[in-house]
Structure formats: structure tokens, C-alpha cells
Design a protein around this ligand. Structure first.
Ligand code: C2O
Length: 513
């Protein structure tokens, strides 16, 4: 196993999208940010140097961070933010995970532009559990969202007024809206392919607030991994990725030579909630063999934004490749309700109330809106044995967990992401979870393992994991608009030694608040 060192310099960079120039935060001037390519078992040291104008932290989404919680990244949870002019080294090893993960800023809405891919290939002398020629891997496909306005200002304005933040102005593939948007055609992401070859494609949904249906005209895709865990091969013409999720697929380019659109569009599922209903495209081009520029580009058919049947058909078809390793014992069952609504300010903690009639948008887990500390991080406070005032609720231990969505204001899917762990998704369904009937539906054989589960609109999902990684681990909705409203909580996983003394001491360069 090797150790890689990288410098990630956060700085302001001018880019032009949708005919307008904007100064955005980037890593090393790249948008999307640099791709990290490692082999399973390798270690990474990433030196974050903040030359931007905002506080920032980085999170390695899906990396299990076994006993390396100081490098997990969510601001005020495992560290204080890195201020402009400061730096911080993230150090961690990526073990027992293969496939596609990614990294992103975990401060305000900076992840709109500060994100990139993390590719984990099998270590030497091992191989993928599927056949693909090593050279036949396309560049990662990062789906994202673009605002004409600085995304930090978008969320600040919303917090001030208590209203919902503006929806994005474009969806993107590799930071390009694509040629269905005005003045974007020259920069459409292009993937050259070769007739007859099978390629490995890696999709990442880095969008802030939008679940995405994805389809490639004329071609089927065979899913082989999701969230850096292998799946049984599942062949489909449609993918669904919630923000935070990744999907690896094999595609055989066996169609008549030509150009084919890859298209992505929202799965919104909600009634009455505004969302970005535009379509982003990239072009898969069979290349020189045909006179591409003169031929029309084939467009895939995508389901309607509220096609829950299509969404469910995809998510319930994924199976783990190997038999699940589930201990027979369940120590603790937890039931969370997650919801978003318009709350009366007098009843809630937290943010300013500028909404209509003394209301504000809020989201909660078990009716508590999560409020981040500001004077320290939860992990630091706990490590020092001084949690007073930093967190108050009880943090329970070893679950299978039921996540139940409720509908106060508008039903929406909630992609719930857990830091520090992968979990098995034992079952999911619509309506209210019924402990009797629904327990019989648990897949104990080959459930998919993921780090982010799309809890269906007004529905539920049951996840299960062994709480064997001491630390403070955030669990939150990966729709950033809902984190803004408090749809988060943290697991404090004790190590039995008290105050997490089995973790290494905080690194000397850990930022202070
Ligand atoms: Cu991808 Cu807490 O995030």
C-alpha cells in the first residue's frame, strides 16, 4: 500500500456558465476539482490550504475513517473550519472499500463548486469482480448543480428571509450544463467511445438538492457497484442517484456508430415544491468512423419527475454481491422520523424567523432540529470530556435503524447519509413502517451496502450496521437545503475507554474555532 500526498488549495476562480461570469471557490483552480485515484489499502494526506474568502472543511464522502475521525471533515462536528489563510492536513487510509467515492466541502453551500471524484481500484494482484479491460475506463461522470448567483449568498439570503433558497439554474455533467441550455453547447461534456468495447463508467451525484434519473440513449447499463460496494450485476436503461450516491456501471458500445446523449433530470417526487426541472446532457461519441457532426444525437427518454414507480423499481433491484455479514444479535433498534415543514418560530430552536406569519422552514429528526455548535466541534468537546453546551441529546449505540419520512409541508425523498460507516439497506417502502408486516420483508441475504439511502417520499427505510468505529459521526439529509434547516443528527460511538481516548490525539494543526 502506498501513501499519496496532495495539496488542495482553495481559491477563487473565474468561470463562465450560462453566458455569465462568476467567481467561484475551487480546489487548485479546477472545476470539478481534482480526481483522486488510489488503490484499496492506500493512504492519503491532503493538505488543505485555504486561500479563499470563506471558512471551509473537506469531507471524504463514504470513506469509513476507521479511528480517524479527526479527518472526516464536517464543520463543527469533527473539526472547526479552516479559516482563510490557514491550512489543515487530512490523513486517512481507504481500506476494504472499492469503487467510486468522492470528496466535497462540508461548510455552508461551498460544495456546489468544491467537489471531486475519489476512485478506489483493487490493490495489486487482485481485480474487479467483473470483466473489463483496465484501459477501458472512462473519466468519472460528476452530476452537479449550478447557480447564477454565488451559492453561499443563495443560502445566506434564504436564512435571512426564512424562505426556501432559490433552485439551481442548471444541472450539470462535469460542471457543464450541456447543449440544451442557452450558450452552453460548445462546452458539453464529451466522452469518446469505441465501437464494440465495454467500458466502466462511474457516476457521482454531487448535486446539492436534486435526485437524478440518468439514462444513456440506445444503451443499457449494468450496475456493478454503488457507494464503493459491489452489487450483483443489474442491467437497466435507467439509473437513479440521490445526492451523495455513486453508481458504477458497465456499458457495451454495441449500437450503430453515432452520437448518443447521456441525460439527467430531477426525480422530485414532491407536489408543490419548486425544483430544477431542466435537463443536463453529455455526448457519447463513437468517433471518427462516422461523420458525427452531421448526424442527429439520439436522446433517451427519461421518466416524469414524479415517477415514483420508476424510482422504486431501480432502488429495490440493487443487491449486494456477497452474502451479508449480519450478526444475529440486534442490540438496539432506533426509529427516526425525518421531516421538513413550515414551523412556527415560537416552537422551534434555532435560526432567524423571517418567513410568512412568524414561521420558518425547518427540518428535524425525531422533532429536533440540529443546531451546530460554534465554539468548538462535537468531537473535540467529547474528546476533552467537556460536552457541556455542545450537545444535549442522548446518543444511542448499535442499531438497525428505521428511517421514517413524515410529511408536514410537502413530501420529498430524503437521501440520508451516515458518516464513518457503510450500512446495509434491509428494506424500504412507502407509507408508515409496520413493525409486524414489514420486518418480514427484510433482506438478510444480499442487501445492498451503501453510505446514503434515499428514504422514499412519505416512506421508510431500514438500515443496519455494527457500531464498531468510535467517534462522532454525522447523519444527515444530503439535500443541502435540508441540512440548512436542521435535518441532521450525530452518533457518538463510544470506545469503552471514555472520551474516545482510543482515538489518536487531535492532530497538532487541528483548527480552533
Ligand atoms: Cu457527503 Cu456529510 O456529506
Amino acid at each position: 500500500a502506498k501513501e499519496q500526498y496532495h495539496e488542495f488549495v482553495i481559491r477563487e476562480t473565474t468561470v463562465k456558465r450560462l453566458c455569465k461570469s462568476q467567481n467561484i471557490m475551487t480546489v487548485n483552480g479546477q472545476f470539478p476539482g481534482p480526481t483522486l485515484e488510489i488503490k484499496e489499502g492506500d493512504s492519503l494526506i491532503i493538505n488543505l490550504i485555504n486561500r479563499g474568502r470563506y471558512n471551509v472543511t473537506l469531507h471524504w464522502h463514504g470513506v469509513r475513517q476507521r479511528r480517524t475521525g479527526w479527518s472526516d471533515g464536517p464543520e463543527y462536528v469533527t473539526q472547526c473550519p479552516v479559516r482563510p489563510g490557514q491550512s489543515y492536513r487530512y490523513r486517512f487510509t481507504v481500506a476494504a472499500q472499492e469503487g467510486t467515492l468522492w470528496w466535497h466541502a462540508h461548510s455552508s453551500w461551498l460544495r456546489a463548486t468544491v467537489y471531486g471524484a475519489l476512485l478506489i481500484r483493487p490493490r495489486d494482484a487482485t481485480s474487479y469482480p467483473f470483466h473489463v479491460h483496465p484501459t477501458r475506463e472512462l473519466a468519472p461522470i460528476l452530476l452537479g448543480e449550478w447557480w447564477d448567483m454565488n451559492p453561499v449568498d443563495v443560502v445566506r439570503a434564504a436564512t435571512r428571509t426564512g424562505a426556501a433558497p432559490n433552485i439551481s439554474d442548471a444541472l450539470t455533467v462535469n460542471a457543464q450544463p450541456g447543449d440544451l441550455y442557452s450558450c452552453s453547447s460548445h462546452d458539453t461534456a464529451l466522452f469518446p467511445v469505441t465501437s464494440g468495447e465495454t467500458n466502466l463508467l462511474r457516476f457521482i451525484n454531487a448535486a446539492l438538492n436534486t435526485e437524478l434519473f440518468v439514462s444513456l440513449a440506445g444503451h443499457n447499463m449494468t450496475v456493478v457497484a454503488a457507494d464503493a460496494s459491489y452489487t450483483k450485476p443489474y442491467t437497466t436503461s435507467l439509473l437513479l442517484l440521490a445526492p451523495g450516491q455513486t453508481t458504477d456501471v458497465l456499458v457495451t458500445f454495441d449500437q450503430p456508430p453515432g452520437r448518443y446523449y447521456l441525460a439527467a433530470r430531477a426525480y422530485a417526487s414532491a407536489q408543490g415544491v419548486p425544483f430544477d426541472n431542466t435537463t443536463t446532457t453529455a455526448i457519447f461519441d463513437y468517433g471518427a468512423a462516422n461523420n458525427a457532426s452531421s448526424t442527429a444525437i439520439a436522446m433517451p427518454t427519461l421518466p416524469a419527475f414524479n415517477d415514483t414507480a420508476a424510482a422504486t423499481a431501480f432502488t429495490t433491484s440493487l443487491r449486494g454481491l456477497r452474502k451479508a455479514e449480519l450478526p444475529s444479535r440486534v442490540d438496539e433498534s432506533l426509529f427516526f422520523t425525518v421531516g421538513v415543514g413550515l414551523f412556527n418560530c415560537t416552537n422551534t430552536t434555532a435560526q432567524q424567523c423571517g418567513g410568512p406569519n412568524g414561521t420558518r422552514f425547518a427540518a428535524s429528526i425525531n422533532n429536533v432540529s440540529f443546531v451546530l455548535p460554534s465554539s468548538t466541534s462535537i468531537l473535540q468537546a467529547h474528546h476533552h470530556g467537556a460536552p457541556g453546551g455542545v450537545f444535549t441529546a442522548d446518543f444511542p449505540a448499535s442499531p438497525p435503524v428505521v428511517l421514517q419520512g413524515t410529511n408536514i409541508f410537502a413530501g420529498e425523498n430524503h437521501p440520508i447519509h451516515l458518516h464513518g460507516y457503510d450500512f446495509y439497506i434491509l428494506a424500504e417502502g412507502l407509507g408508515n413502517f409496520d413493525a409486524g408486516a414489514d420486518t418480514a420483508k427484510f433482506n438478510m441475504e444480499d442487501p445492498p451496502m451503501r453510505n446514503t439511502v434515499g428514504v422514499p417520499v412519505n416512506g421508510w427505510a431500514v438500515i443496519r450496521f455494527v457500531a464498531d468505529n468510535p467517534g462522532v459521526w454525522l447523519m444527515h439529509c444530503h439535500l443541502d437545503v435540508h441540512i440548512t434547516w436542521g435535518l441532521a443528527m450525530a452518533f457518538l460511538v463510544d470506545d469503552g475507554v471514555g472520551e474516545l481516548q482510543s482515538l489518536e490525539a487531535p492532530p497538532p494543526d487541528l483548527p480552533l474555532c
